[in-house]
Design a protein around this ligand. Structure first.
Ligand SMILES: [Zn+2]
Length: 425
């Protein structure tokens, strides 16, 4: 697979060679970054946000808000921004054309070559991206934590990122993923985004999307993979712990509910904005940079409450210019378990309307909480066992985020001290 990503541009990769890092970062002004900014620096530098090479300037932010494209016309739905207080800019004497060092928990993370320092209008940003300024919307809450000033500029990592177990087994950069898919011989790849432990409904949907992606092919030409792409970002109390999500999906693979050669599990670092249709487009862009050709979108993808129609995230793919995106949506309707059919079925298929049993996330969660194994029609026993095992190993006894987990969990990633890096000649 060639390394051409979104917007027809080569996949971005901006990591300084070790010997150069030590030279370049000496004497730079330092700014400590938040978790979100650290995650987005990593996304930018490894090319998840290709063609972006850094945080957006005012022209791009305005263009994204008004036209859903960056200034060169490439489709882009959500601004990617670096926020800082005006106070910190003044205190550190930061000015345009400076190069600054971004640090994360005291370690050198990346350099930012400043192109612009500018103010923005927060309410306009929220209205444009989220379609609301309602304080109850989690995206609005997140935007309200942004500091008052934005800095734009290219980002380059000064150090490789070290992912801690079990995340290390599931971490692939866009270039690595493209290489692996090529080795597997995949010509089409269906992305499944998730923040959930898989139940049989999710499994059925992935299988359905795989059929759908292959529908036009004779048997000998079917070379289609399924990429489970978990979203790893900030956690809230009661969410499934990240480790259970990744290991639960991997268990479907290890227990052969999916063949070895058609399925793999990975993750993307991203702080959900819950921007519904616009976020669906961003997810599609990220997965196209990973080399995916198809992306599943369920009911109310990236939505929250009743801010968006459940199928807005499906319709938006018909509202963007043709050829603005190099990945196809696989749009998924509602599905449920039917006891008459004896299987998972799908909106518009089974006629036993009165018998349908929705997959209640709440019910499955309470069964897991009580350690009551659900019927295998709802959750594979191997997955259930793995969720409990992950709870013991990583969740302080719970598969759901508790205060203890949020305070004491092992970090997803860390940045080794620069001087410990091996210098490769
Ligand atoms: Zn039925």
């Amino acid at each position: 697979m060639k390394n051409i990503g979104h917007g027809g541009k080569e996949i971005v990769e901006r990591i300084l060679p070790p010997i150069e890092s030590k030279k370049r970062i000496r004497e730079l002004k330092r700014i400590a970054v938040t978790d979100r900014v650290a995650r987005e620096c990593i996304d930018l530098a490894y090319g998840f946000f290709t063609p972006l090479q850094g945080f957006m300037g005012k022209g791009d932010v305005d263009s994204v808000c008004e036209k859903m494209t960056i200034m060169n016309g490439t489709l882009w739905p959500i601004p990617i921004v670096f926020d800082i207080t005006n106070k910190e800019i003044k205190e550190k004497g930061i000015k345009r054309t400076d190069t600054i060092l971004l640090t994360y928990y005291g370690h050198a993370l990346a350099i930012l070559e400043i192109e612009e320092i500018f103010n923005y209008h927060k309410l306009n940003l929220e209205q444009a991206v989220l379609g609301t300024t309602d304080l109850e919307h989690p995206g609005v809450k997140m935007y309200n934590t942004l500091k008052d000033t934005f800095i734009s500029g290219k980002v380059t990592l000064v150090n490789e990122i070290k992912f801690n177990p079990p995340f290390d087994k599931f971490w692939y950069t866009p270039k690595q993923l493209r290489k692996i898919s090529t080795e597997k011989g995949w010509e089409r790849i269906v992305a499944h985004q998730t923040r959930n432990v898989p139940h049989t409904g999710h499994e059925w949907l992935m299988k359905g999307a795989w059929f759908s992606a292959n529908g036009d092919l004779p048997v000998e030409k079917i070379k289609t993979g399924i990429l489970v792409s978990c979203i790893i970002g900030p956690k809230r109390l009661g969410d499934y712990i990240d480790e259970a999500i990744l290991l639960g999906h991997q268990k479907l693979h290890d227990a052969k509910y999916f063949r070895d050669d058609i399925h793999m599990v990975s993750f993307v670092l991203w702080d959900m904005r819950y921007a519904g249709p616009k976020e669906a487009l961003l997810h599609a862009i990220i997965r196209s940079n990973l080399g995916c050709t198809h992306h599943m979108f369920g009911r109310d993808h990236a939505g929250v409450g009743s801010y968006y129609d459940p199928y807005d995230a499906h319709r938006i793919f018909d509202q963007i210019p043709k050829d603005s995106l190099n990945i196809k949506p696989v749009r998924i309707l509602e599905w449920w378990y039917c006891p008459i059919c004896g299987e998972v079925t799908y909106s518009g298929l089974c006629g036993h309307d009165k018998k349908r049993q929705g997959f209640s996330g709440t019910m499955i969660r309470s069964m897991i909480q009580d350690k009551v194994k659900p019927t295998k029609l709802i959750m594979r026993p191997e997955v259930f066992d793995m969720v409990l095992e992950s709870a013991d190993k990583y969740g302080f006894g719970s598969p759901f985020c508790t205060e203890e987990y949020l305070n004491k969990r092992q970090a997803v990633f860390e940045i080794p001290k620069l001087q410990n890096r091996k210098i490769i000649a």
